[in-house]
Design a protein around this ligand. Sequence first.
Ligand code: NAG
Ligand code: NAG
Ligand code: NAG
Ligand code: NAG
Ligand code: NAG
Ligand code: NAG
Ligand code: NAG
Ligand code: NAG
Length: 539
Amino acid sequence: MYLFVNFLCSLALLRSAFAATADQWRGRSIYQIITDRYALPAGADLTACDPGQQTFCGGTWNTIKDNLDYIQNAGFTAIWISPVSQNYEGPRTPYGDAYHGYWIADATKLNDRFGTASDLKALSDEVHRRGMYLMVDVVVNNVMALSTTPDLSTFMFKDQSQYHPYCPIQWGNTTSEQNCWLGDTNVTLPDVNTQDPTVVSAYNSWISTLVSTFNIDGLRIDGVHVNTNFWPTFCAAAGVFCIGEVFDGDPSQAAEYQGPQALDSILNYPMYNALVDAFSIPGPQNMSALTDMISQLKKEFKDPGLLGNFLEDQDVPRWANISVDPQSLWNAMIFNFMSDGIPIVYYGQEQGMHGNSDPWNREPLWPSGYANTTTYELIQKLNQLRNFLVNGTSNWLTSSIDVLTESKEGIAFMKGDVITILTNIGSPPQNVSIAVYTPFESSLSTVDILTCKQYAVGSNGTVEVEYSKGGVPVILIPNTALFGSGICGQSAEVEAPNTAQGAVVSAAFGELRRPSSTVSALVVAVMMSVCGGFLSIAF
Ligand SMILES: *[C@@H]1O[C@H](CO)[C@@H](O)[C@H](O)[C@H]1NC(C)=O
Ligand SMILES: *[C@@H]1O[C@H](CO)[C@@H](O)[C@H](O)[C@H]1NC(C)=O
Ligand SMILES: *[C@@H]1O[C@H](CO)[C@@H](O)[C@H](O)[C@H]1NC(C)=O
Ligand SMILES: *[C@@H]1O[C@H](CO)[C@@H](O)[C@H](O)[C@H]1NC(C)=O
Ligand SMILES: *[C@@H]1O[C@H](CO)[C@@H](O)[C@H](O)[C@H]1NC(C)=O
Ligand SMILES: *[C@@H]1O[C@H](CO)[C@@H](O)[C@H](O)[C@H]1NC(C)=O
Ligand SMILES: *[C@@H]1O[C@H](CO)[C@@H](O)[C@H](O)[C@H]1NC(C)=O
Ligand SMILES: *[C@@H]1O[C@H](CO)[C@@H](O)[C@H](O)[C@H]1NC(C)=O
């Protein structure tokens, strides 16, 4: 036992010496930041930022670095920041200024609006000091210009042959999506010719240098609808996890971008659409859309556990703009944390921001006062639970979700030993209930981690949730599986094993549905604390 523990501890240390892989990202949760909008320097005017003006509000890499407590206290284990490359600088465009960072001029230079190279390095160092990962947004597909015949001298690629000739994109036509230009004729987004070998090699050496210079752990890639065979060498050159933006709700189309022929992962737009259909109020409140999407994702994607789950980003309306009931948000958000995939929360969602799409969904965060809202506290609980399940159990992260029950009003699903029961009825109480047939033994004690209320499993393994107080979400876990989590009165530290605890452990074996997985979960929980500094304890 002792040798086994040591081996795993040193493995964990070894891994941390390398840039982060897809598997290391699988257990993370990400807070997405628009660099310009997250925080201001001390003393700045807190009232001056109007998203409708589409101009710079003053956030920088330094102000992110100085305000990481808010993100870490919410339990996030990674941040995703706006593109760091130099942007268009010039007269205001019909769509304002390049405050969002996506209007790339020369990718090889840094955006001095956001700080210096040493500021970015300091942010990266501070993120790592806190045990978190840094994900940087990159734009490869295009640069930005004001005409269809731009002066190329300010760009990274200066030769006409390194761009596709101008044509507006026809969506649905793959060749057109890959080779034509995003944007319109006011702000053109000249399409870089990613089939050109000089472009491929320059991009690969650029990304390799960027990642190693700033110790970046992962890339979020904007608009990945280029020739897919560009991506494997690009991401290999980066040497880190790559998650791409495929703005497509069709799972079979979107799935072509995940796998060894393309990228590690993509943002989960198909599931985003299904969550809107299932939970938003008003809306179709179509739970079948959700269960249907769960099975489609399992069928179409090589690895649904790596998909980036979100309810908001810089391109779609805030959830609260399309759904006014807070329970709809909380139920949908819990799906993203408790199902397969990497949860991503877009800054400001925790503060109830409710702007429409671009530019209204890029509000400054500071007027919120970074308050501990109900949603912020829910996210803390979800991250605490998920972080525990990731490291404290052996099977949660790698098992895939199974739907146990679906009805018009709700869904119950299971991942590892956790059962999540969600409803779309919203806040007003209703005389409905959801009966869930679980694989648990009758009379097993489970706890709802959101309320710390006990639920005993009924005869024949059934659990029933009723909504006489409104449509609240429920996350049930066998009490014994929370051992060592610090959740709902459980101790956060696993004490040195002694006979009393041994008795608790063996009692757990008798009650749980899958004794073998429970055994390994408990062993892992003990092991983690050993790695954390109890090495003198002999087993
Ligand atoms: C260009 O911008 C102007 C002013 O905002 C707008 O009226 C016009 O529709 C835009 N043109 C295109 C092609 O989108
Ligand atoms: C698809 O787009 C390409 C590139 O613009 C174009 O040459 C081709 O004609 C389009 N195909 C169809 C069916 O429209
Ligand atoms: C609900 O979603 C299912 C699955 O996507 C779909 O077949 C059905 O037509 C939808 N129902 C409504 C009322 O939109
Ligand atoms: C949606 O966003 C628009 C623009 O930001 C705003 O005028 C409207 O009030 C918002 N709706 C809700 C329900 O918040
Ligand atoms: C939120 O709660 C934390 C922990 O209790 C506290 O340190 C912080 O000051 C609170 N934030 C605000 C804005 O009240
Ligand atoms: C899990 O443990 C590893 C190694 O100690 C640590 O780096 C990581 O932050 C932990 N992950 C989570 C989600 O807590
Ligand atoms: C709830 O529904 C059940 C079954 O339809 C019915 O027997 C009961 O009276 C209802 N309760 C209330 C408070 O409406
Ligand atoms: C237990 O529940 C399952 C699923 O609902 C059902 O198929 C089975 O008949 C039940 N068994 C008993 C003994 O009630």
